[in-house]
Structures are given as C-alpha cells and as structure tokens.
Design a binder for this molecule. Structure first.
Ligand code: ADP
Ligand code: MG
Length: 366
C-alpha cells in the first residue's frame, strides 16, 4: 500500500499533479487510434494466468471452463462524480480499485476470482496516456489477484468516465457462502480494520475544498498515508479465503464490507432471519484512523459502523471453529448472532445497548 502511494508522489504537488495530468503535453487523442486500435493497444500484452481461460480478448465472446467447479459472477458500475472524484483519485489507483471491489465480492462468496471483463465509457477529455495509466492499475490488480482480463466493451461518453467490471470466480461444488445462512449463537467476525477509508475520504474532501477555495495551497496529507491508502488503494481479503481453505473453515454466512459494518450485519440479519449483538470495544479501528477521527471530533466507532469502502469481510462462524481463529492476527470476533426476535444491537463501551441502524452514528446521538 505504502509503495503505490509513494509511487504517485501523493504528498508533494498532489492536486497540481492531478490537474496537470489532463493538460499534459504528451497527449495522444483516442480518436487517432479508433475503437479497435484502442482496444488492441490496451490489451495487447495480456498473458493468461488461469487454465480456465480458454479464449480471451479478440472474439465475440470469451470462453472459460471451470473443470467441474461452480462459477460465481458479480458486476459493479463505477461512475465519475458518484463513486470517485478524479480531482484526488489517480487513474492508476482507480484502475486498481475497480478490479479490487469486484474480486472482493467473489471472495465474499468464499470463491477464487479467475477472470474479469472491463467496460468503459470515456469522453475526449481523456487521452490515450490517461487510459494507459488506468489500465496500468488494472493490470497490477490482475496480477496481484491472479485474474485474467478476458474482454469488455469500449464506448464514448459525453462527459464523465464510467467503468463497469464483471468478475468471475470458481468454487468447489457447494462451498460458496451466502448471506442468508447465519444461525443463532454463531460468532460474528471481521477481518482487518474498519472506518479508515471513510476517514481518508473526509480528509481528501476537506483538502479539495481548501485547494479550490485558496489558490495554490497544496493539500496537507502529512502522516495520513494510512487513511488515504485505505480509500485510494483498498485490498480484497484473498488471504482470509485462503486461510479458510487451509483450516477447513466454511463460514456460515459472509459478505464484504462496502457500506459499513452496521449495514452489512443488518443484511445478514434480514436475509438469515436472525438478530445480532455487536460490542463496540471489539470493533477494530486502526490507530492512525482513530487519530484522525479524534482530530475531526467524530466517533471512530461511527466511522467503522457507517463509513464505507473498507472491503474487509464480515462473516459468521459456528462456535466450534472458535479455536481455529482466536489467535489469528487480522480476524476479530465482534459479536454473536441471536434469534431474530431479539433484534440487532450494539453494546457500547459504557455498557449501554443501542439498536443497530444502517446509519450507526444515529444510535449514539439519541
Ligand atoms: P463487439 O463488437 O463484439 O462488442 P468489440 O469490438 O467491442 O466487439 O470488442 C472486441 C474484443 O475486445 C472483445 O473480445 C471484447 O471483449 C474486447 N474489449 C472491448 N473493449 C475492451 C476493454 N475496454 N477492455 C478489454 N477488452 C475489451
Ligand atoms: Mg463491443
């Protein structure tokens, strides 16, 4: 994570860098290549990493064969101005993140991602160099997560940048994990730390505002690599799925945390027809994230419950699996599953019980 942040000189002339990018002298118009030339250019170096990829880019459709395994498919749409802001999102990071958010959904099914397709709508505001930078990030993520880019679609847009990624994965027959199968008394566990990406977003939005209001003022991102990295270069938890396989653990339910822990736990409760109890003091927030939350005078737990885009996993486990996870770094038990009639609650550090809402901080302001 540190690596890619440093790579893009995030700290020094960050916003000027972003501005300069679109006005770069080195600018090849996409129209000079045409649609097919562009696709060829962006995909010419693809080398497949999976035996299941029988036919990739270049025909009417790709062909994959999962050799007796089951296939998992997920798709996501990312829209400029809604899901990302190019003022502070370097295109390489955006390419990386576009892949990560999709493979994260595949891992959340307890499956292994194997292929992606990537469709783009771009305006003439973007040069070939800009798209190359975006694809650099895509290919770094493909290598990191062992997936093959096997196709997509390319079209023009009048203004913004639109990205659609579909990820395909494989899973041993009937080993996939749904949201709807948690059972009362199961443990509720999360991977990693929560709330960091939201705090990174608050920081970048704050600095963007200052930059726009005060000409020439560069953003103050000093010592904030952790939270900025959580937003701009999230990682999917491949390691957790591999750990489950090694330890022969099959969670009873699982999903990835893209909208905040509250919202995801409420999804599991609703779909599994169960209730839940979470403990505030067990919810993991990284010290660097806490530090910035205190600086803004907001509650770090609220960021973990309601801030999105952490791409960690929340899963429920049978209590008989507790010994296998209790000493694992990066997995924490944050609560347990109850009968539906008991509802979904959080017990605060002070011992108070609040109803869990999709907007976790509302519970604290009552
Ligand atoms: P079609 O006319 O059948 O839609 P295209 O000319 O759009 O075919 O695409 C040609 C090939 O290039 C196909 O294999 C398609 O999947 C692939 N492709 C198109 N756009 C992209 C893209 N942005 N990234 C990766 N592959 C792409
Ligand atoms: Mg097409």
């Amino acid at each position: 994570m540190q690596q890619i942040i440093v790579l893009l000189h995030l700290r020094t002339s960050y916003f000027v860098f972003r501005k300069w990018f679109f006005m770069s002298e080195e600018r090849t118009e996409i129209s000079s290549l045409g649609e097919f030339g562009l696709i060829d250019h962006l995909t010419k170096n693809i080398e497949h990493q999976n035996a299941s990829t029988i036919l990739g880019v270049g025909d009417d459709a790709a062909v994959i064969d999962h050799f007796g395994k089951q296939t998992v498919i997920t798709t996501d749409l990312l829209i400029e101005g809604v899901h990302f802001d190019l003022m502070y999102t370097p295109l390489k990071h955006l390419g990386y993140k576009s892949v990560v958010v999709n493979v994260s959904d595949i891992y959340a099914m307890n499956a292994t991602p194997t292929q992606i397709t990537l469709s783009l709508a771009v305006s003439n505001r973007f040069s070939l160099e800009a798209l190359e930078e975006f694809y650099d990030g895509v290919y770094v993520a493909c290598e990191e997560y062992g997936v093959d880019l096997i196709g997509g679609d390319t079209t023009s847009s009048s203004k913004g940048f639109v990205i659609s990624v579909t990820a395909i994965g494989e899973v041993a027959p009937d080993q996939y994990v749904k949201r709807s199968t948690a059972k009362p008394n199961d443990l509720i566990c999360v991977s990693g730390y929560l709330g960091g990406a939201y705090l990174g977003l608050l920081l970048l939005e704050r600095e963007k505002k200052i930059f726009l209001e005060t000409k020439g003022v560069q953003p103050d991102l000093e010592n904030r690599d952790y939270i900025v990295g959580r937003l701009l270069k999230p990682e999917a938890r491949r390691d957790i799925i591999e750990f489950f396989e090694k330890e022969k653990i099959v969670p009873t339910a699982m999903m990835d945390i893209s909208d905040g822990l509250s919202s995801e736990v409420l999804h599991i409760c609703k779909q599994s027809e169960v209730g839940a109890v979470l403990y505030e003091d067990k919810i993991p927030v990284h010290p660097d994230a806490k530090d910035f939350a205190y600086k803004l005078e907001i509650d770090p737990t609220a960021c973990a419950l309601s801030g999105g885009e952490d791409y960690e996993l929340v899963f429920t486990l049978s209590q008989s699996d507790y010994d296998k996870i209790k000493d694992v770094n990066g997995i924490r038990v944050v609560g347990y599953v109850t009968e539906a009639a008991e509802g979904a609650h959080i017990i605060t550090r002070g011992g108070n019980k609040h109803e869990l809402t999709a907007q976790g901080w509302n519970a604290f302001s009552k």
